[in-house]
Design a protein around this ligand. Structure first.
Ligand code: UFG
Length: 344
C-alpha cells in the first residue's frame, strides 16, 4: 500500500510518515525542502527502521509533477502537506502564497485524475473559521472572511477540492487542524522553524535553551479568564495518527460522502499563560517572558468541538498539554545537544 506524503520532511509530515510506516504503509515523500532538509528522511529511518523514498522537486512545477504521477500510478492515497504556512509572511508576499499553495494542489489533483489515484487527505486549518460566533467550533460553523492570504489559500483549496470532486471520481478528506505542538517521543524529530519562530511553543523552548532573550506574550487584555488568548493545542503525534485513520478510511471505502471535513483538536482551550505554566512545570525552569501589545490579526479564543471526528472518523486526541510541552522541550534539548537542569 503505497502512499505519497507531500511535505513529508516537514513538521507534521515527518510525524505522519512515521505513523504510516508503523501501520505498514510504504511511503514516498515529495518535498522541495523549502522549510526542511533531506536528513529528516534519515531521522525517520532512525525511528521506524525504514527510510522512505524521497523525491526532491517542487509540486508547483506542472511537468515534474505530471511525470511523478506517471511513474507512481500504483499510489493508493496522497496526504498533501506541502505548503507555505506563515501568516505574517503571507501578508507580505501574497502572490508567493497563492502560487505555491494553490498551483501545487491543482497539479496534484490533475495527476490524481489522469492516473486514477482516487484518495486525497488535505491539510486544512481552523483558520477558516476566523473568530467563531460559537465555541466550541464544529465543522458546521460558517467559513469567515480570511484574515490572511495564508488562511485564504486554505479556504480556496477546500473549494478547489470540492469542485474537482464534483466533476470526477476522486474522494477527499480535509482535516482542519487547531494548534499542533509537541514532538516525537524519541526526540529525533520535532518542530524546527527557520529563523525566529512565529509560533508560541518553539519560541518558548528556544527562549529556555538560550537562543532567545525573552518570550513576548501578545496581549493580556483579551476577554478571557487571565486576559491572554486561548487556543486548542494538539499533540503532533495525535494529529499524525488522524491522517493515518483518514487515509485508511478512504482506502477501505468507508466514507459517507466524497468530501469529508473533520476538526482535529482536543476540545480544550488553553491560554498563553496556561502554556507557560505547563512549560515551567514540566521543565522545572522559570521562563523569561514579558507582556507586550496584542499581535495584529490574532483572534481572542478558539477551540474545537471534536465530536464529529471522534464519532465518525473514529479518532480522538489522547495526549494532554503537559505531554505536548514536555516532548517539545525534550526535543529542543536533544536537537541543540544541551541539557538544561531544572532549577528546583
Ligand atoms: N503568542 C505569543 N507570543 C509568541 C507567539 C505566539 O504570545 O511569541 C501567542 C499568540 O498571540 C496566540 C498564541 O500564542 O495567542 C498561539 O500563537 P501561535 O502563533 O503559536 O498560533 P496561532 O494560533 O496564531 O496560529 C496557528 C497556526 C496558523 C493558523 C492559525 C489558525 O500557526 O498556521 O493557528 O488559527 F493559521
Amino acid at each position: 500500500m503505497k502512499i505519497l506524503v507531500t511535505g513529508g520532511t516537514g513538521y507534521i509530515g515527518s510525524h505522519t510518515v512515521v505513523e504510516l510506516q508503523h501501520k505498514g504503509y510504504e511511503v514516498v515523500i515529495v518535498d522541495n525542502h523549502s522549510n526542511s532538509s533531506a536528513e529528516i528522511a534519515d531521522k525517520i529511518a532512525d525511528i521506524s527502521g525504514t527510510k522512505p523514498t524521497l523525491e526532491i522537486f517542487d509540486l508547483a512545477d506542472q511537468a515534474l509533477t505530471a511525470d511523478f504521477f506517471k511513474r507512481n500510478k500504483d499510489l493508493k492515497g496522497i496526504i498533501h502537506f506541502a505548503a507555505y504556512k506563515a501568516v505574517g509572511e503571507s501578508v507580505a508576499e501574497p502572490l508567493m502564497y497563492y502560487r505555491n499553495n494553490l498551483v501545487s494542489l491543482m497539479n496534484i489533483l490533475e495527476g490524481m485524475k489522469e492516473n486514477n489515484i482516487p484518495n486525497l487527505v488535505f491539510s486544512s486549518s481552523c483558520t477558516v473559521y476566523g473568530q467563531p460566533d460559537e465555541l466550541p467550533v464544529s465543522e458546521k460553523a460558517p467559513i469567515k472572511f480570511a484574515e490572511s492570504p495564508y488562511g485564504n489559500t486554505k479556504q480556496i483549496s477546500e473549494e478547489i477540492i470540492r469542485d474537482t470532486l464534483h466533476a470526477s471520481e476522486l474522494n477527499a478528506i480535509a482535516l482542519r487542524y487547531f494548534n499542533p505542538i509537541g514532538a516525537h517521543d524519541s526526540s529525533i524529530i520535532g518542530e524546527l522553524p527557520l529563523g525566529i519562530p512565529n509560533n508560541l511553543v518553539p519560541f518558548i523552548t528556544q527562549t529556555a535553551i538560550g537562543l532567545r532573550e525573552s518570550l513576548s506574550v501578545f496581549g493580556d487584555d483579551y476577554e478571557t479568564p487571565d486576559g491572554t488568548a486561548i487556543r486548542d493545542y494538539i499533540h503532533v503525534v495525535d494529529l499524525a495518527k488522524a491522517h493515518v485513520v483518514a487515509v485508511s478510511r478512504m482506502i477501505d471505502s468507508n466514507m459517507n460522502q466524497k468530501f469529508e471535513i473533520f476538526n482535529l483538536g482536543t476540545g480544550i482551550g488553553y491560554s498563553v499563560l496556561d502554556v507557560i505554566k505547563s512549560f515551567e512545570k514540566v521543565s522545572g525552569l522559570k521562563l523569561n517572558y514579558k507582556i507586550v501589545d496584542r499581535r495584529e490579526g490574532d483572534i481572542t479564543k478558539v477551540w474545537a468541538n471534536p465530536d464529529f471526528s471522534n464519532e465518525v472518523l473514529g479518532w480522538k486526541a489522547e495526549r494532554d498539554l503537559d505531554n505536548m510541552v514536555d516532548t517539545a522541550w525534550k526535543w529542543e534539548q536533544a536537537y541543540r545537544g544541551k541539557t538544561i537542569a531544572s532549577s528546583h
